[in-house]
Design a protein around this ligand. Sequence first.
Ligand SMILES: *[C@@H]1O[C@H](CO)[C@@H](O)[C@H](O)[C@H]1NC(C)=O
Ligand SMILES: *[C@@H]1O[C@H](CO)[C@@H](O)[C@H](O)[C@H]1NC(C)=O
Ligand SMILES: *[C@@H]1O[C@H](CO)[C@@H](O)[C@H](O)[C@H]1NC(C)=O
Ligand SMILES: *[C@@H]1O[C@H](CO)[C@@H](O)[C@H](O)[C@H]1NC(C)=O
Ligand SMILES: *[C@@H]1O[C@H](CO)[C@@H](O)[C@H](O)[C@H]1NC(C)=O
Ligand SMILES: *[C@@H]1O[C@H](CO)[C@@H](O)[C@H](O)[C@H]1NC(C)=O
Ligand SMILES: *[C@@H]1O[C@H](CO)[C@@H](O)[C@H](O)[C@H]1NC(C)=O
Ligand SMILES: *[C@@H]1O[C@H](CO)[C@@H](O)[C@H](O)[C@H]1NC(C)=O
Ligand SMILES: *[C@@H]1O[C@H](CO)[C@@H](O)[C@H](O)[C@H]1NC(C)=O
Ligand SMILES: *[C@@H]1O[C@H](CO)[C@@H](O)[C@H](O)[C@H]1NC(C)=O
Length: 874
Amino acid sequence: MRSAVLVTLAATYSSAVGLPETYHLDRRDDLAHSPPVYPSPWMSPNAIGWEEAYQKAKDFVSQLHLDEKVNLTTGVGWQGEQCVGQVGSIPRLGFRSLCMQDSPLGVRFGDYSSAFPSGQTVAASFDRDLFYRRGQAIGAEHKGKGVTVVLGPVAGPIGRTPEGGRNWEGFSPDPWLSGIGIAETTKGIQDAGVIACAKHYIANEQEHFRQVGESVGRGFNISGTLSSNIDDKTMHELYLWPFVDVVKAGVGSIMCSYNQVNNSYACQNSKLLNGLLKSELGFQGFVMSDWQAQHSGVASAVAGLDMTMPGDTEFNTGLSYWGTNLTLAVINGTVPEYRIDDMAMRIMAAFFKVGLELDQPEINFDSWTLDTYGPIHYAANEGFQQINWHVDVQNGHGALIREVAAKSTVLLKNEGALPLKKPKFLAVVGEDAGPSALGPNGCADRGCDEGTLAMGWGSGTANFPYLIAPIDALNFQAADDGTRIEAVLNNSATSQITDLVSQADATALVFVNADSGEGYIEYDGNAGDRKNLTLWGNGDEIIKNVSSLCNNTIVIIHSVGPTLLTDWYDSPNVTAIIWAGLPGQESGRSIVDVLYGKVNPAARTPFTWGAKREDYGTDVLYEPNNGDGAPQQDFTEGVFIDYRHFDKKNITPIYEFGFGLSYTTFEYSDLAVEKKYPTAYNPTAGETAEAPTFGAGFSTDLNDYLFPSDSFRYIWQYIYPYVNTSSSAAEASQDPHYGQTADEFLPSKAIDAAAQPLHPAGPTLDGESGGNNGLWDELYTVTAQITNTGDVAGDEVVQLYVSLGGSDDPPVVLRGFDRIHIEPGQSVQFNTTLVRRDLSNWDTASQNWVITDHPKTVYVGPSSRKLPLSASLS
Ligand SMILES: *[C@@H]1O[C@H](CO)[C@@H](O)[C@H](O)[C@H]1NC(C)=O
Ligand SMILES: *[C@@H]1O[C@H](CO)[C@@H](O)[C@H](O)[C@H]1NC(C)=O
Ligand SMILES: *[C@@H]1O[C@H](CO)[C@@H](O)[C@H](O)[C@H]1NC(C)=O
Ligand SMILES: *[C@@H]1O[C@H](CO)[C@@H](O)[C@H](O)[C@H]1NC(C)=O
Ligand SMILES: *[C@@H]1O[C@H](CO)[C@@H](O)[C@H](O)[C@H]1NC(C)=O
Ligand SMILES: *[C@@H]1O[C@H](CO)[C@@H](O)[C@H](O)[C@H]1NC(C)=O
Ligand SMILES: *[C@@H]1O[C@H](CO)[C@@H](O)[C@H](O)[C@H]1NC(C)=O
Ligand SMILES: *[C@@H]1O[C@H](CO)[C@@H](O)[C@H](O)[C@H]1NC(C)=O
Ligand SMILES: *[C@@H]1O[C@H](CO)[C@@H](O)[C@H](O)[C@H]1NC(C)=O
Ligand SMILES: *[C@@H]1O[C@H](CO)[C@@H](O)[C@H](O)[C@H]1NC(C)=O
């Protein structure tokens, strides 16, 4: 039970920041808390897939001095070097610094690089091969620019609320689909020879209140970032699920998020980092903070953080929780030597695992300017030299982008209007069909909605090398076909639109959109998160107007998630509806491919389209609810988000999760389930070795950590591992509380180096990361026949759902899919397996996965609500 104390803000404050006069804040005094989990697990160098990488890491790290290890862990400060984040270098060994670069859909700030479809868009393809190839191409472009770590892919947010500003960067609110999406993308990125960074760990489900400064800047006086309060079962069965898949896929790094979980910052939450990630999942790579998400030095180190980004306490303070402070903390013993060694080992193991070599190619681009010459240290405005080589890394990826976008386009409604066959007259309507007058990159970080929408906004963006707007591709197609085509690309030009679509024989193509992005940009009253679920720029009014005048109105939506189609979707004059997501640079050609049937649509909506905003049962917290403390978001809905909520509450959506049409038809038959008999599930037992250290130890003499020499060129605001005085550690640290011992302020066992028990739900020391390997034992094989009963070839996305049978389980959960190509008249077998994990629930008492006694049923069909085949699992 929580008691609430009402605090009423002074009227002067409310009016000063434009809040309603009646604005009240509840101050909660009984907040969720996170249990301590210590010590921080050290690496398991024999974990499957990491053995060779750890051998190489050991050879390297064993040669390092303490300040060099610290350099590996600490960023040099915001805009200190060319990439959005860089750690220090190790000049003695000729090792250049590691370069971390956004984004999950291309090289942010790059030139001559590609703009791929968003993660959410490709999720709609339900195509593992496309997930992988898109990831590999993105990885290759980063590689070509000299990047070490690609800051993506994303499974946090997973999409708890449809309004969440960054949902489009990730995949889907379904954890199983998200898990496949993030894992396959990561394999692709890392096979290209760069480290992937799965983010944002975890429960980073909204933009509002993710950072204190951002919120204060908008008039919200909060003292801590949003706390996502999540129970253990929901954590395992929903939010952690895709991170399990990506850890199992061998991801090299994970980014901890801005938000708190149970009132402990994600980057110093020992339950999240030491407990779930490094112990239970056996993650062998490194944890990097989101930019400014670190809030403590020693505490974050012992809680499991391995790298701080961008290194300074806040942008451009010139001070750091680590750097000098980490050197001192190791010397004075509050951070054990094994912990700094573990950080360095994890970072270097990830580095070697993806095939990187010590002699890395140079970074050939700059994030802060496209000028060829400029300051290499942008913040300090120093080191004028060539900083951009304008290297073309596209390598023909436009063709892949077009393929991904077309194969990810969802046909939601089609009353025979599509595919188009040399239509007589196309009336194209909407700003979203055309280019932006400002140019495709006209708004910084895409922070506006001008012209066609092919990307959301924020750090998850890339520069367009070109952007083919729908009207461009439509014009060429029309010219080839002898189709008359006219477009009105101004949403306010009502009379021109009306005149155009009222003409005889018009086929109207109405392009509309809805945008969102990252919280540091507010556009049209949308502070990252969407403020509503309607279409932007009076899109709904335009559709209603056009469809009242034209009996063949085709609607194409570019959006960051669902919009409310309620007012017009069932009009008989709306003859087709398409969701084209955020398609990237080949928007126009990919939509023409689908509209004209060159690609037979097969994609499925990766989220639910509800009739009303309230139908989703979850929403963004837009106003603080804990006085001037950290806003509290209780995830009381548990695992019931998106379709799980609609199904449980029996709410009929307009289009359900997994729904999508084709230009052909399919029939499902012959479901067969075969039981397999693996060995019983064994909770993992045993313990780790004692914490290892590497190399020759370290000096405790501060004189050994002074800046190297008087001639050393100190860069303004730059973060170093050095001390600027050897007279006193307290003076060197500038920490007003310097001198506290581990006993005084750290939880017990925080610096324990003794052997530790392995987690029962975790892998063995030489097992595969991701959790107890028995969770992947195959329990059933499921097959079904799928027949193409139409006239054209097409892909079918076959989906398998399971009912776990408990009263607190969702009616069905996705547990398998395949995208299968089938010729007309042909039948193809759908084959999949169910592993132990697929049929398990998280048991909070035993802290392990269990298969409950509840009767379980398997379903196969074309969407979450069309499941013609079913069988019980004995
Ligand atoms: C958050 O608190 C809930 C309720 O006590 C608990 O079940 C869960 O394990 C906690 N999670 C974290 C990460 O602290
Ligand atoms: C740490 O990194 C900085 C920046 O790259 C470099 O100037 C310095 O020499 C490095 N220090 C050590 C001890 O390698
Ligand atoms: C903001 O909150 C702080 C405490 O966190 C308080 O000291 C300060 O008075 C508050 N400011 C306003 C304008 O309410
Ligand atoms: C060390 O960390 C403290 C905060 O814990 C900070 O105030 C101080 O400025 C840091 N020192 C340096 C040299 O960055
Ligand atoms: C050790 O160093 C850290 C980092 O500067 C500091 O926070 C801590 O108070 C110091 N502890 C002792 C016992 O000197
Ligand atoms: C769009 O149409 C409106 C209404 O006719 C007009 O006021 C406005 O100037 C037009 N915008 C542009 C960019 O042409
Ligand atoms: C919803 O927000 C968008 C973007 O800010 C805006 O264009 C639209 O008018 C809003 N819808 C309603 C019904 O207010
Ligand atoms: C459909 O379009 C026709 C014009 O072709 C119009 O007369 C009719 O009213 C429209 N119907 C609806 C339901 O809007
Ligand atoms: C639209 O109306 C025209 C003229 O009344 C008619 O010929 C045509 O078949 C209708 N089209 C559709 C898609 O209903
Ligand atoms: C499914 O498995 C069966 C037997 O294992 C095989 O004959 C069939 O080709 C498989 N079908 C597909 C689509 O892989």
